[in-house]
Ligand binder design. Sequence first.
Ligand code: ARG
Length: 594
Amino acid sequence: MLRIAHSLENQLRDAMQRAFPEAAAAGQAFDPQLAPASKPEFGDFQANGALPLAKPLGQPPRKIAEAVVEQLKADAAFMALCQEPQIAGPGFINITLQPERLAAEVQQRLGDPRLGVPAVEQAAPVVVDFSSPNIAKEMHVGHLRSTIIGDSLARVLEFRGHPVLRLNHVGDWGTQFGMLITHLKQVAPEALETADAVDLGDLVAFYREAKKRFDEDEAFQTTSREEVVKLQGGDPVSLKAWGLLCDQSRREFQKIYDRLDIRLSERGESFYNPYLEGVVRDLEATGLLVVDDGAGCVFLEGVSGKDGKPLPVIVQKSDGGFNYATTDLAAIRYRFGSAPDGDGARRVVYVTDAGQANHFAGVFQVARRAGWLPEGARLEHVPFGLVQGEDGKKLKTRAGDTVRLRDLLDEAVERSEADLRRRLEEEDRSEDEPFIEHVATTVGLAAVKYADLSQNRITNYQFSFDRMLALQGNTAPYLLYAVVRIAGIARKGGDLDAAATGALQFSEPQEWALVRELLKFDAVVAEVEEELLPNRLCTYLFELSQVFNRFYDQVPVLKAEPDALPSRLALCRLTADTLKLGLGLLGIPTLDRM
Ligand code: ARG
């Protein structure tokens, strides 16, 4: 994909494709091989397609390039879009877009709330399965990463016009409840009967104790197993206890979601209980299910263990019970299935740590072979790396405990507040407390989100408050500050809407650099939608801010000559709009002052 406004890219491709009819006549397809120019002095793009044709056509590549250029020069649509193409080296064709066309494209985006990003028409639901913590356990930094990345992907897909189902696949079923309920019955029975009797912190501690007893005490194990059977059998007392435990955790999770402005629909593992039998039935009917050592398995193709034998996905344990994989199979079947017992999705993405890659590869393969995916459906795991402390090891508190998310967010906001107070003092500014609180909270949370999103998610990432809160570099504060600068121009009397009508004109290289950068936005959004990599959007917004800052530092805006002023203000406005929309797609709100 070229990083240039879609409308321009399409016209360019069309013109290039018809530029060498001789190729078709000689039985060769002409692929112009368009790519971004390697240096700005070569123009916007280069077409390398003449070179591979040299051999089959028996002609020097430069001669082919000359023929292509002749055609292009005779093509009115091409010449309305580009300047006269130039040939370089052995037969590269350098292409520079017409400045007026770029300016006209900027003009169009000024009045367009979508900033040139087209909305999809044929929209089938997309499921984004993200966050997904486990009941009675603490939500950890891995879940935070999933929450932040998943939310951003959902926002991008929603903005493109897809109906998105944001699903929180919480771990709300399984053996952990047997031991937890058994333990609580003995040590804190009130937790199983009254809401709010314990808070999540206690619950997590109870869970740990229960797990310890389970591992050590056989009698406890037996009772716990009986308790699971009761729960799965729908025993009302067990169900009530289970419901209370879930509520308790849910309330805690919701506090985090509220702080981060995350919308999610809970549809936990338990939702799929009624569909587990159907999974087994389907797999039996298609002949995929094999009973091995008493367990119902599907052996994977192309995945073998150390002994060279194919690895299985276990669908039903020898005791008849189901597991995490069975639930995920039921979920896939349901999500692609049609209403009333299905979501009718055409794309399903899962945002979890990379440690679950094998699990997903396995269940995806089984689902495909079982025929549950409709034609053209996409099923994707969106893996991410570990969050590490600055020492490169697993993120821990100083005392060596796992970091609680609430504390982590609090600390980000506290540090951001301290930074702000220091800056206010240095700048001799006085602001009221509500302002300080609002800015500190917005910047602190933005910094946490952006630090996570701006990393290539596949790699591990080192969590550093200092780095994420810095005003310089690829950070949230740097981007937010660019927006603040532009708001400042408006406050100082710059009418950012002045250029909404009338032709734009630019003369300075810094202006053209900004124009070209602004026009990449729609291509970048399309890239994120396709590849599910929010860091691409972050990098773009960072580069846009840099190009803007260079423009603003080197070219007069408020003091511009009267005929240059409206066009420069228009660039400021489109930059602010692009940053706001782009940050919005990352789940980050902007500020007018900071
Ligand atoms: N609850 C799981 C965990 O904490 C994540 C679930 C991800 N989603 C899924 N459909 N398996 O690791």
